[in-house]
Design a protein around this ligand. Sequence first.
Ligand code: SF4
Length: 122
Amino acid sequence: MRKSLTCTVCPLSCDVVLEIGENNEILSLTGNKCARGKVYATKEHTAPERTLTTTVKTKGGSLPLLPVRSDQPIPKPMLKKAMEATADLVVDAPVKMGDIVIENFLDLGVNLVASRDLDRAH
Ligand code: SF4
């Protein structure tokens, strides 16, 4: 099976092509212009990760929603569960950008942090 992906490590955005064997192993990897692309494509095939970005409700804040993100990427298969876990979350204002909203989010070893300041409502 052939699998194509775009390397997002640098702005060159190389098209990387992987030949995948019957046991999901990588038989060949081409199109990357540097070693970082090989690392990226290998990880993307074996254990893809994404940074979670979403918004959570606020209490007493100047805005109804606060943008938050995981401070490190999390396994891609966990994104849906992570989004669901933030649905009922309410954060008390005020908040500073970078403040930890939830420590060790879902036991994933990452923190959920505020992506902006949020003042109290006047
Ligand atoms: S393979 Fe290398 S040169 Fe190409 S986009 Fe990835 S990091 Fe950049």
